[in-house]
Design a protein around this ligand. Structure first.
Ligand code: DP6
Length: 349
């Protein structure tokens, strides 16, 4: 017999960034972070996991190609889910798996990203969230999403925030074992539906410095990171929670842009410095800043992760349409730097 489960998880975009770990093995961050989860229709991972007594080992395929499961992050997720597996019975099919049997059974995992391959957008958040969620479903895990998020965190930090839709906070936690470092939902996917997200794909190249190694270098060398994590982020998180609750776009946009800029400042403060944004990214920032200034109140927020692609959050559909026109005017499609735009609102990208 073979038993299967399938799940889908979208990626999330941080508006208050996670950058820096206080524990590398458990993936515990130096500060809280807040994100918006996209609609699963776009930029999401779909994963099917199967278990059978005839499988001799654990195996995984990503976008149709077999990948190694030997990495510590995959192993942590598998181990933590297996620990919480519960008895399963399907009388019709004559399948009965006792709690202790799960340890001996092997899994086959097939995962697909619907990310445009050329987009160069991060996929580990959606991937690990989906892996943990689907394994949990297969193994009849009873734990709530918060607990599952702390397992997904051990695959990739940002993945813990993709267990929930809407607006999500990853609480850094205080405990050494990481049990209180998990995601909580601030508002569900129906909240603040006016927002529209446009992702401007500036470069489809793989990033030169991975988030994992980049943030390790930052922790080791940047004096600015301490100030950011201890002094700036705690009050910014409180203000961001208020802005989200009240759908206060002015505060939301100011905080989002400031936090993206400080994250990239911290990268620059790293030795050797890390440059994730390029000239096109800087031109997009100028365009948005000038527009916001001329309107007297922010129309669009920008945020950049560990790469040059711009995530632009417009206050409503009308503004998003104007933004798209501006982008197409200043960065016409023949401009090879800016290869495509992905458009949608925060829940329907
Ligand atoms: C810039 O979650 O990819 O996107 O925990 O080492 O896997 P690891 O890093 P990852 O880092 C994401 C960093 C970021 C900001 C964010 O998503 O908060």
């Amino acid at each position: 017999w073979v038993l299967m489960a399938t799940g889908r998880s979208p990626t999330n975009i941080a508006v208050i960034k996670y950058w820096g770990k206080r524990d590398e093995a458990l993936i515990l961050p130096v500060n809280d972070s807040i994100s918006v989860t996209l609609d699963p229709g776009h930029l999401s991972a779909t994963t099917t996991v199967a278990v059978s007594p005839s499988f001799p080992s654990d195996r995984m395929w990503l976008n149709g190609k077999e990948i190694s499961l030997s990495g510590g992050r995959f192993q942590s997720c598998l181990r933590e889910i297996r620990k919480r597996a519960c008895e399963f019975e399907d009388e019709k099919k004559g399948i009965k798996i006792k709690k202790e049997d799960w340890e001996k059974l092997h899994v086959h995992i097939a995962s697909y990203n619907n990310f445009p391959t050329a987009a160069g957008l991060a996929s580990s958040a959606a991937g690990f969230a989906c892996l943990v969620f689907t394994l949990g479903k297969l193994m009849n895990v009873k734990e709530d999403y918060g607990e599952l998020s702390s397992i997904a965190r051990q695959g990739s930090g940002s993945a813990c925030r993709s267990l929930y839709g809407g607006f999500v906070k990853w609480c850094m936690g205080k405990k050494d074992d990481g049990s209180d470092s998990l995601a909580v939902q601030l508002a569900d996917e129906t909240h603040w539906n006016d927002l529209v997200i446009i992702i401007a794909v500036v470069s489809s190249k793989q990033k030169e410095t991975s988030s994992t190694s980049g943030m390790r270098d930052t922790v080791e060398t940047s004096p600015l990171l301490q100030y950011r994590a201890q002094t700036v982020v705690p009050s910014r998180v409180l203000k961001m929670e208020e802005a989200i609750k009240n759908q206060d776009f002015e505060s939301f946009a100011k905080l989002t842009c400031a936090d993206s800029n400080q994250f990239h400042a911290v990268c620059l403060d790293t030795s050797p410095p890390i440059f994730y944004m390029n000239d096109t990214s800087h031109r997009i920032i100028s365009l948005v800043e000038k527009w916001n200034q001329s309107e007297g109140t922010p129309q669009v927020a920008y945020t950049f992760d560990a790469g040059p692609n711009a995530v632009l959050i417009a206050r409503n559909r009308k503004t998003a349409a104007v933004l798209l026109q501006k982008l197409l005017y200043y960065f016409p499609p023949q401009d090879k730097d800016l290869s495509s735009y992905l458009v949608g609102d925060k829940s329907i990208l």
